[in-house]
Each structure stands twice: as structure tokens, then as C-alpha cells.
Ligand binder design. Structure first.
Ligand SMILES: [Fe+2]
Length: 253
């Protein structure tokens, strides 16, 4: 049994969907796949993708990303919180799970999240350019900070003592800490920091005693150990991003 990580597969790009379709139907039957969000905003494609992965792996574990909660194609009275419920139902129906899962001597815990500006306040450029501000809709009076609070409240806060004897792998779509962004990222991109994640995710994964945390969203692949936790990003990414993201599964050792 092996544990693999993948995020940001963005199967709206036909090349990316083809990769999913062509992935071996036999090689991963005993293995577990962590899918850390941003599959597609299209619910029909989402169901297709999760079903394909679920047929190839022993278990697929999934949390939605921001793109999965876009409601540009949905009726005007639908909000992203309702889309979240719909996405979770599609995942369950497709054979994927968003609940903690035991895998050999490892416990894998999905962590929902969003961004709450704990990494910085958005400036005007970000408010203009960041698609979520137009593609997501939230109920009146609810902003990203409240959305983050809402999702973090749904995560497990602690583990029973027996679970702590085991290796704990947590995963989220959003970044738990800003220093996961490598130094080579130019200062001109730092305006994106506020929408990258939440320090609340970091607090939760530490409280759960995580040894490894898988994240997505940044599309900058990385494996780094900070204060005893190994953080791994293995984004599939957009076709033009082959320099910073990989187009393969990565095993979590
Ligand atoms: Fe994302």
C-alpha cells in the first residue's frame, strides 16, 4: 500500500483530463490518493474525475479548493456554500471520501479551509484580479474570514490518544503558512499572499500532531520540513506551468 498526493488537477484543460483518463487502471489498486482540491468548477466533470480516480485507487480522499466552489455556471440564487454541499455529495456518490481514513499505520485527516487574510490584507490589485471575488458568491454579510471560520469549525480538533501513536498525515487545499512560498517567487507576486491560506489550518494540523501535511493552491511544488512537519505540494497545474508543477503522482514516503 502506498500513499500518493496530487492537487490542482484543473481538468477543464483537456490535456489534464486525458492524463486522468490514461492513468493505469491496475497499478494503484492497493493505494490511497490524496486529492487536495481544485479539480474543476464543472460538477459533471468533477463527478467524472472522482469516479475515474475512485475506480483506480483503493481509496480517494478529497477536499474542495476554491475553483470547485465557483458558481459562474450555476443559477443566480445558488451560493458557494450550497455548491460546497453539492460538491461533497458528488464526491461521496463518486466513491471519494472527505473523512479521516486509516491506512496501515497512518491516519489521514482531511482539513477544510479557505483564506482569512491572516497572511496579509488584500490590496486593490488583488481585489480586481482575483477571480474568486467574482466567481464565488457568499450569503450576505459573509466574507472570506467568516467562510474560513465556517470550514475550520467542521474539522476534527483533536485525535484520541490511540491515534496519536500512529503517523498522522493531514491535507488541505489552502496553505497553512506563508513561508511555504519559496523565496524565488518575485516580490511582484506577493500581492497574492492574502488569498493563499490561513494560519488557522496550521494551528489545527499542529493540534492534531501531524507528521506530514499535503497542500495545494499555490501550484509551486515543494517538499520541506519545518518544525518537525513535512509539507508537500504536488500540483498538477495548468498546461503552461510545467516549470513549477509536476504532471505525475508523488508518493508520500
Ligand atoms: Fe486553489
Amino acid at each position: 500500500m502506498k500513499l500518493f498526493a496530487l492537487s490542482d488537477i484543473h481538468i477543464d484543460y483537456p490535456d489534464n483530463a486525458r492524463w486522468v483518463d490514461k492513468l493505469s487502471d491496475t497499478d494503484y489498486r492497493d493505494d490511497v490518493l490524496i486529492l487536495a482540491g481544485d479539480i474543476t468548477e464543472d460538477t459533471r466533470l468533477l463527478g467524472w474525475c472522482l469516479e475515474r480516480f475512485a475506480a483506480k485507487f483503493r481509496q480517494v480522499l478529497f477536499v474542495p479548493g476554491n475553483h470547485d466552489l465557483w458558481v459562474r455556471r450555476e443559477a443566480g440564487d445558488t451560493c458557494s456554500l450550497r455548491k460546497f454541499e453539492q460538491v461533497m455529495a458528488i464526491a461521496e456518490d463518486s466513491g471519494a471520501s472527505s473523512r479521516p481514513y486509516s491506512h496501515g499505520d497512518t491516519l489521514i485527516v482531511p482539513l477544510l479551509g479557505w483564506y482569512d487574510y491572516s497572511f496579509g490584507q488584500p490590496n486593490n490589485d488583488l481585489r480586481m484580479l482575483w477571480m474568486d471575488f467574482r466567481a464565488c458568491r457568499w450569503p450576505d454579510g459573509i466574507g472570506p474570514e467568516q467562510v474560513t471560520e465556517h470550514f475550520l469549525r467542521m474539522n476534527p480538533k483533536s485525535l484520541p490518544a490511540a491515534a496519536r501513536q500512529r503517523r498522522v498525515v493531514t491535507f488541505s487545499h489552502f496553505l497553512p503558512r506563508l513561508d511555504l512560498i519559496p523565496r524565488f517567487v518575485p516580490a511582484s507576486m506577493h500581492f497574492l499572499s492574502p488569498v493563499l491560506g490561513s494560519s488557522g489550518i496550521e494551528r489545527q494540523l499542529r493540534a492534531l500532531g501531524a507528521d506530514t501535511h499535503v497542500y495545494g493552491h499555490s501550484h509551486i511544488n515543494r517538499r520541506i520540513t519545518i518544525d518537525g512537519v513535512t509539507y508537500i505540494n504536488n500540483a498538477f497545474g495548468y498546461p503552461q506551468e510545467s516549470m513549477i508543477s509536476a504532471r505525475r503522482l508523488v508518493e508520500i514516503g
